[in-house]
Design a protein around this ligand. Sequence first.
Ligand SMILES: [Zn+2]
Length: 86
Amino acid sequence: MPIFEYRCRACGNELEHLVLESSPAPQCFSCGSHELEKIMSRSAVSSEGTQARAKQGLRLKNRALRQDHSHEEVKRVAAHAADHDE
Ligand SMILES: [Zn+2]
């Protein structure tokens, strides 16, 4: 089964998408954008060991990005709440 890697044009998040016949269009799980750019899959040329390491690195990167996002979200919500207090 082919696995493609994409980079989100909206937030720069990188994700792997397993392509099945019935698959919906890939979506960034960090910001929800469908604006994804297909990038060269590393898994096609690497061994299982490097694949696992690459996936681990991807997970760590995604987690860091999610934290950034939730941080931004908190600031937005706080700003919003402040607006309504006026
Ligand atoms: Zn995104």
